[in-house]
Design a protein around this ligand. Sequence first.
Ligand SMILES: *[C@@H]1O[C@H](CO)[C@@H](O)[C@H](O)[C@H]1NC(C)=O
Ligand SMILES: *[C@@H]1O[C@H](CO)[C@@H](O)[C@H](O)[C@H]1NC(C)=O
Ligand SMILES: *[C@@H]1O[C@H](CO)[C@@H](O)[C@H](O)[C@H]1NC(C)=O
Ligand SMILES: *[C@@H]1O[C@H](CO)[C@@H](O)[C@H](O)[C@H]1NC(C)=O
Ligand SMILES: *[C@@H]1O[C@H](CO)[C@@H](O)[C@H](O)[C@H]1NC(C)=O
Ligand SMILES: *[C@@H]1O[C@H](CO)[C@@H](O)[C@H](O)[C@H]1NC(C)=O
Length: 441
Amino acid sequence: MFVRLFWVVFLFTVPVLCGDGYYKLDFAIRKGSKLTDVVKNFMEELDSSFTKRDGNGTLLDLENESAFYIASLSIGTPASEVKVLVDTGSADLWVMSSKNSYCSSNGGSMDCSTYGTYSEDNSTTFESNNSDFSISYLDQTFAKGTWGQDTVELTDDLVIEGANFAVADSTDSNVGVLGIAYTQLESADTVYDNLPVQMKQQGFIKKVAYSMYLTSAERNTGSVLFGAIDHAKYTGDLVSFDVVPKNGQNVYLQITLSNIQVTLVSNSTESSSVVPTTLASSVTSSTSPHPTIAAVLKKREATIDTQDVDALFDSGTTLTYFSQDVLDSILAAIDPSAEYNSNIGGYQVPCSLRQEGNKFTYNFDGKREIDVPLSDMVMEVGQNGTTGQIICMLGIVSGDTTILGDNFMRHCYSVFDLEDNTVSIAQMNYDDINEDIEIIQ
Ligand SMILES: *[C@@H]1O[C@H](CO)[C@@H](O)[C@H](O)[C@H]1NC(C)=O
Ligand SMILES: *[C@@H]1O[C@H](CO)[C@@H](O)[C@H](O)[C@H]1NC(C)=O
Ligand SMILES: *[C@@H]1O[C@H](CO)[C@@H](O)[C@H](O)[C@H]1NC(C)=O
Ligand SMILES: *[C@@H]1O[C@H](CO)[C@@H](O)[C@H](O)[C@H]1NC(C)=O
Ligand SMILES: *[C@@H]1O[C@H](CO)[C@@H](O)[C@H](O)[C@H]1NC(C)=O
Ligand SMILES: *[C@@H]1O[C@H](CO)[C@@H](O)[C@H](O)[C@H]1NC(C)=O
């Protein structure tokens, strides 16, 4: 659904070729008040990405960009390289036209060279549908333009002829989007064959299905594997859930989330400041002593009933969204004194929550649990200019729709089967070396 984070910034990328066509991107971490201010510098350092094909499942590698999971596509003849955000929360591919009026090259203020643009006029293989494209995202960005078709190369071996996509000649977003969800979620007036569907039609994959491997900020890989599962990328069982339809139709990649268990581990001396003594009514709590060799640790647990909510898996969204009720219960469990901080756009919480052992356990219908460490759910977003103290924010914010964004998906290997209408999940196993590929038939 494309909601981006605007705080943590990673600068100075240096692409390094390290065999096998892999580029290792090295980053230095820096924090800024707004990502948009510095992302330009960041992106200018970023060179081309790389791609790879594996067996009959095709692997599209994602660049390591913290909140962004970006892939490089080559479009048209001759080819233009454009980078797009891979989004399981939308269903259209759109790229920025070199004619975009918001680009500095056309008198606007946006540097469009960072992610690249596409010139439909210059491509001999472009066909326009002569119909209008228009989309707007949760983060208020929009894109307008024209529908068309051209050759889209996702990897060396995955080249879609006559791929349906839109060219935006008016957009304030500096990055295009590769939406890969259900066609019912498309923004066009009539349903058309989007890229995942065309991959199957053109014989690249056997089924409209793919697996998402999003890795942590400390890593430099991540991929969407079209048409296959990589069993090396998860631990425990991969459990399948039926997609929850909306008004009888499969529209969103969403499944049922029953509850979230909060586990806080702390030294007994710290426990009173970290763990609330009273909890909201919807929260149940228990204390269990947890002796270790060096110190007596206390483990506090609370279960937040999410009422079997439909939870959408959205790689295009940085954070996680829950209703204010659920969010309040989570805050009551982790830090009842947390306050909303409008400067950071979320709840400020103690950075000590990031300590090892603290986690949220997402329970899906009693059939699969996914652990998410609080170190990824509590983000360092800034620094107090006077005291130098690091300011942390909870990576869960309030929203009408329950969205499990990147901070969740980084811990959950997810297989989306858009024909059987299932989402299969397991605990992520970060393994950039081994592969155990199974084609989805
Ligand atoms: C890929 O497809 C070919 C031909 O259909 C088949 O022989 C081969 O075993 C497949 N590879 C994998 C990894 O499934
Ligand atoms: C289109 O092609 C012409 C001629 O090769 C070139 O000068 C121009 O820069 C190209 N325009 C874009 C937007 O790529
Ligand atoms: C564009 O035209 C092609 C060819 O007629 C058609 O298959 C496709 O569905 C159209 N795209 C949209 C978005 O309507
Ligand atoms: C990218 O990976 C490197 C390690 O290879 C890591 O140091 C850096 O923090 C990562 N950056 C992002 C933005 O994920
Ligand atoms: C507990 O306290 C000790 C001493 O202050 C510290 O070294 C240790 O890291 C703490 N453990 C946790 C889990 O916070
Ligand atoms: C920075 O710390 C000072 C002293 O604790 C406090 O008064 C001030 O509100 C803090 N500023 C921010 C932006 O948190």
